[in-house]
Design a protein around this ligand. Structure first.
Ligand code: KMH
Ligand code: ZN
Length: 284
């Protein structure tokens, strides 16, 4: 399903679980930094901020208390923006730790629709586990708590779990699928125009789509996504560079650029309330 004509919903993916200040000093890790980045991205045109929790050392953190602290800081600084907390967590988190963000009762949360295998780095051989029984349990909890899931799909094969949730009425329409392209994990697909179009062709009825691409593919693939009637996600979680060899100064800088391109394409970013209306997000 395409967005209403002339509109685009922009998500800022602020920090993720892997990028850190050594890689780019502008990665927000602490609650006050995440709150300021959320306000700056909102002022730049983002309707949604996608957030991972970090502890005092900046390491991925999976506690209800930390997620509540971060969400409260964001809401105090920018009450309008939609907060989407991550259940993706980090390699050091347990499954329970990953979904503790739901207990912070956010408006939205990510829901990863399949398992990937890490093949490089210190966690090579460690799966990013998202088994169907767990996905069903998390979706049921989100439905009961009126938390809108963003279903993270890294390949076409993950549509089996999307259809499974629809068949079992564990998610409410309109559905919201994020094409996450370019991850290096086994089980993920590359980020290019062909894979983007292919992911779109598998989209079920009553589903809007978001477009995420890692690294240098972020700008071209997300720009193509907005041309195809989709939403876009930009931010330091997925890409720490503004251009080849040039580190991004902030998440807001990446959002500003996508807003400029959108307006050149006669696409006006939605406000958070308009995004809530379109995606069926319950305001909290
Ligand atoms: N790591 C991203 C590419 C999540 O946080 O649950 C996908 C993601 C998933 O953001
Ligand atoms: Zn994430």
């Amino acid at each position: 399903m395409k967005l209403p004509a002339g509109r685009v919903i922009i998500t800022a993916s602020l920090n993720g679980a892997f990028v850190n200040k050594e890689m780019n000093p502008n990665v927000p890790e602490q609650p006050d930094e995440i709150a300021q980045a959320s306000l700056d991205c909102y002022n730049a045109g983002a309707a949604i901020v996608h957030i991972h929790a970090r502890d005092e050392q900046g390491k991925p953190c999976g506690t209800k208390e930390k997620f509540e602290e971060i969400q409260a800081a964001v809401k105090a600084k920018c009450p309008e923006v939609i907060v989407q907390l991550s259940t993706g967590g980090g390699t050091n988190l347990t499954i329970e730790g990953r979904v503790s963000c739901l207990d912070a009762d956010p408006e939205m949360a990510s829901l990863n629709m399949g398992t990937l295998m890490r093949q490089t780095g210190p966690n090579a051989g460690q799966p990013f586990s998202n088994m169907t029984k767990d996905i069903e349990a998390w979706a049921a909890k989100m439905k009961a708590m009126h938390i809108k899931p963003e279903m993270e799909c890294y390949s076409q094969s993950m549509y089996r779990d999307v259809r499974n949730l629809i068949k079992k009425d564990l998610i409410e329409p309109p559905y919201y699928v994020n094409f996450v392209l370019g991850m290096m994990h086994q089980g993920a697909i590359e980020a290019n125009p062909d894979t983007l179009v292919s992911m779109y062709q598998f989209l079920p009825e009553n589903a809007y789509f978001n477009t995420t691409a890692t690294g240098a593919a972020q700008l071209p693939v997300t720009t193509m996504g907005m041309i195809m009637g989709g939403c876009v996600r930009v931010g330091l979680e997925d890409n720490i560079y503004y251009a080849r060899g040039v580190l991004a100064e902030s998440n807001a800088q990446l959002v500003e650029r996508s807003v400029r391109i959108a307006r050149e394409l006669n696409l006006e970013p939605t406000t958070p309330d308009e995004a809530r209306e379109i995606l069926g997000v319950v305001k909290k």
